[in-house]
Design a protein around this ligand. Sequence first.
Ligand code: SF4
Ligand code: SF4
Ligand code: FES
Length: 482
Amino acid sequence: MGEETEVTLTIDGVEVKARRGASLLEVAKQLGIEIPTLCYHSALTPFGACRLCSVEIMDTRGRKRIVTSCNYPAEEGLVVNTKSESVINVRRKILELLLARCPKAIRIKNLASMYGIKETNLWVEDESEDCILCGLCTRVCSEIIGVSAINFANRGVKRVITTPYNEFSEDCIGCGACATICPTGSRRVRTYTYATLRPLTGPKRDEHIGVYSEIFSAKSPIAGQDGGVVTYLLISGLKKGLFNKVVVVQRIEGYLSDAVIASNVEDIMKASGTKYVRAKIVPKLKELINGGERKIAVVGTPCQARAARRIQQVMQQDHPDLDITIIGLFCYEAFDYGKLKSEVKRLLGVDLDSVEKTQIRRGVFTAIVKGREYSCRVRELENAIEKGCVYCNDFPAYYADVSVGSVGSEDGFSTVVVRTEKGKKLLEEAELTMREARIEEVVRLSALKKERAKKNFAPILKGIYEVRLAGRESGEGTGGYA
Ligand code: SF4
Ligand code: SF4
Ligand code: FES
């Protein structure tokens, strides 16, 4: 550490050298001094919302004041007291207010009891409130996952965490980071996102395949990509009356794709062919439900399958006859249209909008233009990956009724995973040419995707672990992440 980047200060009577600009909280930690926190996480920008990390500082001119240690920088000659009477009083007041806001939150109760507060005499507005407005969920979603699916809304006492317009989130990928990081386990982060879902049940369960009853490789009588299985299942489901409308992704202009509602064979055929970009299916699904449609099919990536399942689980409370058939597509990652267009131009020299077909097989991306193939390794397209995909751990679309993908099958075939009774009905009497699937290939890709998500999640879990550890060492008991 160079002299100009280093400062000397005193914390609880101990002189310490620290990096200029390091927060007082970080410097205290170096000394093994634990300061309670609620809105702080080592991987996120400090927010200074809860004020629980308050400490007393005295500057070189002898002036004393209370500051929040998570965002106050270490300064030359500063004298810091983390346990003075004023500090303890401030923390007690904060905890009493937080207890009045969230009287049932375990972490708040534990922290309050550490400071001798068993109950509050303050007015409790809503016994069931469980959000302390610490902003950890919104920051992890925007700063780390990169999708900003949730945020603060309203001002003053009406301030809440929610999604835009209190609608089911289109941007949420269901990674669960918000629910994991929330110190109070608030229901707010789950209301309009799909961080948590009721699990599916089925005869077989595999860590990497998910719940399923059958898995095989198949080709349909329709000439289409990878055996045209998805197109065939949609057409036969429509004919059998299993659903009346289908939400599919269709190329709108060039390769630019969007979700559309298909009502007949012609519409479905127009949407055939794989597009490796994520389109917004939630508004179309809601449009159909709000318009009174009850038998709907949706085709989408694992995160879209989760969104559809979440919408189904929640909306069935008001519409018990709501019947959504979900066809999930195996997906390692989706691409951002604009970025994919420029990467394809850079790497393959072709205009993405002019491609007839794109395909990913065995790690190779192929674009076909005027019958000619242009290929590159998928990993070369790293810069075009959609935000959030590297935090997603769902390759085979665990929440679909039927999952379909080329992995595990030879050219011209697709691997089909039948998960639910609804999936079985869709496959009943299907005229498919069937073969054994190479399950180990699906397992390998699924495990790889999980491993990537786990690696990327590590800083989030590390920060939570540090807070838990600090809580345990300072006598906070079980911590609040129960
Ligand atoms: S589950 Fe992930 S993407 Fe969805 S709101 Fe939470 S952090 Fe954001
Ligand atoms: S939902 Fe949880 S993480 Fe988000 S602001 Fe409220 S308490 Fe904090
Ligand atoms: S203000 Fe510092 S942890 Fe909340």
